[in-house]
Structures are given as structure tokens and as C-alpha cells.
Design a protein around this ligand. Structure first.
Ligand SMILES: [Zn+2]
Length: 266
């Protein structure tokens, strides 16, 4: 069972959202997630990222700056993962679907998270081409790529991303950051249930127990309201907790006052 470290302070009762994405990666069915992760990290940071069919030879002439863009070799560079996926989908390399979107306010997550499933139908690799512009051209033209470039070279090629099913984890309530990609078996159907079956991924239940009197409480769905679990003690709110120790992640026991109450989010 995976127990994630719980952060306990006056204003926080959370687990690190990246740790929950790590649970998804650790339980991947195939090792190919890192290929798609690498390709997405590349396409979100490069100036150009042309998707190409693997094993088809591409050379410098294929990226002549004065040639119109080929629909089968689209430039999929974009500063957002969703933009890259949209361009790859438009070229029929893959289909993508948002499976899960949670904000930090509705769970015990330190930040929001999004999981997108991607079915790669055709394997692809990405090629970055650097263009050096002529002095009289201020910027690339949108119509014909880098039409005014005087020199260009292939500066980077990604590994091949195999066909298959993937889950992309991004974190952040406002600006999503690419955090990890897991390869999953193609015959998996209910991907959201699969994720919540993984120990440590859910982060939706918080158990609390006292090391002295043994009282146990539980709160759910990001709530700070703890109800007694099979013991005759009162419910309480984390807002009212006394003696918070953020080093040990414990509070003074609201029932016996003598013991310390620790937390486990799962
Ligand atoms: Zn106690």
C-alpha cells in the first residue's frame, strides 16, 4: 500500500499532487509513457517540432523554408500540451480525451490535476528544425513557415512514440504543468476507475487516529470535518485543531487531550 506523505499545518491538510501522478506512473502497464512524455516536453519547448512517420527518411530538403507545410508532416510545437495534442489529432496521429479534472479545493491535493487519455493510432517521431532568418525578415511568415530563412538544420529528433494508449498527468489549478505520462494496456476501458483503484492516487479520504486513546476519525472529499469511526467521540473540524506540529504532522487529540493525532490521506 502506498502511503503518501501528508502535509499538516494551520492552513494545509494535503498530499503533494505530483506524488499522486507518480503513483499513476509507477503503476503503468507499459514502459512507453516516457517516450510520449519526452515528445510532449520537446514539442512544448521547441520553436518547431515536425511530426514524422518513423522509418521514413527525412532530410534537410524536406524542411525547405520556402515549401508550404505538408499536412502529413505538421509542425506541432505549442506552449501547451493541449495545443500539441490538438495538432497531432488534426493530423490523425492520435485522439485525446480529458478523463479527470480536479481542483485543489475539492480534494486533499496540494494543487489541481488533470488526466488526459491519448490513443496513439500511428507511431510518430518529432523533428526540430532551426531556421536562421535573413536580416531583412523580421519574423517567420505564418503562411509558408520560415520562408525568409537563409539557412536551416535539423537540430533534434525525438525517440519514436509507439501506437498505444497513454495517460497524461498535468498538475496546477491555473497553469497546467506536464508532470508524467503512463503507458496503459490498450484494452483498459474505464480509465478513471482504474486510476482510483490505485492506492494513493485518490487523495479523497483522510483518516486520523490518536496514538494515546486510539480514537479514530475520517473526513472525505477534501472536507476538514472529521467524524468518529467506530468510537464514542465527537466530530471536530481541522480548523479548530490545537497544538499543530507541522514537523511531525500531528495535532493534539481533541478527545483525550494527551495524545497526538496523525493523518493518512488515501
Ligand atoms: Zn486521544
Amino acid at each position: 500500500m502506498t502511503i503518501l506523505e501528508t502535509s499538516v499545518s494551520r492552513f494545509s491538510l494535503t498530499v503533494d499532487v505530483s506524488d499522486t501522478v507518480a503513483v499513476m506512473i509507477d503503476n503503468a502497464d507499459t514502459p512507453w509513457g516516457r517516450r510520449l512524455h519526452e515528445a510532449l516536453a520537446f514539442a512544448t519547448s521547441a520553436d518547431t517540432a515536425y511530426a514524422v512517420t518513423p522509418y521514413v527518411s527525412v532530410g534537410l530538403d524536406d524542411f525547405r523554408p520556402d515549401a508550404p507545410q505538408r499536412p502529413d508532416r505538421p509542425d506541432v510545437a505549442d506552449c501547451h500540451v493541449s495545443g500539441v495534442l490538438g495538432k497531432l489529432a488534426a493530423a490523425s496521429y492520435l485522439t485525446a480525451r480529458t478523463e479527470l479534472r480536479e481542483s485543489s479545493s475539492e480534494s486533499y491535493l496540494s494543487d489541481g490535476r488533470t488526466v488526459t487519455s491519448v490513443a496513439v493510432h500511428r507511431p510518430f517521431a518529432l523533428v526540430e528544425v532551426d531556421y536562421w532568418l535573413r536580416r531583412d525578415a523580421n519574423r517567420p511568415t505564418s503562411q509558408y513557415g520560415y520562408a525568409y530563412a537563409r539557412r536551416w538544420e535539423i537540430s533534434h529528433r525525438s525517440h519514436i512514440v509507439p501506437a498505444g494508449l497513454y495517460l497524461i498527468g498535468e498538475t496546477g489549478d491555473h497553469v497546467p504543468r506536464l508532470t508524467g505520462v503512463a503507458g496503459v494496456e490498450a484494452n483498459r476501458t474505464d480509465l478513471v476507475s482504474h486510476l482510483f483503484d490505485l492506492e494513493g492516487f485518490g487523495a479523497s479520504t483522510c483518516d486520523a487516529d490518536c496514538d494515546a486513546c486510539g480514537a479514530q476519525w475520517r473526513a472525505e472529499c477534501g472536507s476538514w470535518h472529521f467524524r468518529a469511526e467506530d468510537c464514542p467521540t465527537d466530530a471536530w473540524y481541522f480548523d479548530d485543531a490545537a497544538g499543530i506540529d507541522d514537523t511531525t504532522g500531528t495535532i493534539a487529540c481533541p478527545a483525550c487531550r494527551a495524545g497526538r493525532v496523525g493523518f493518512a490521506i488515501s
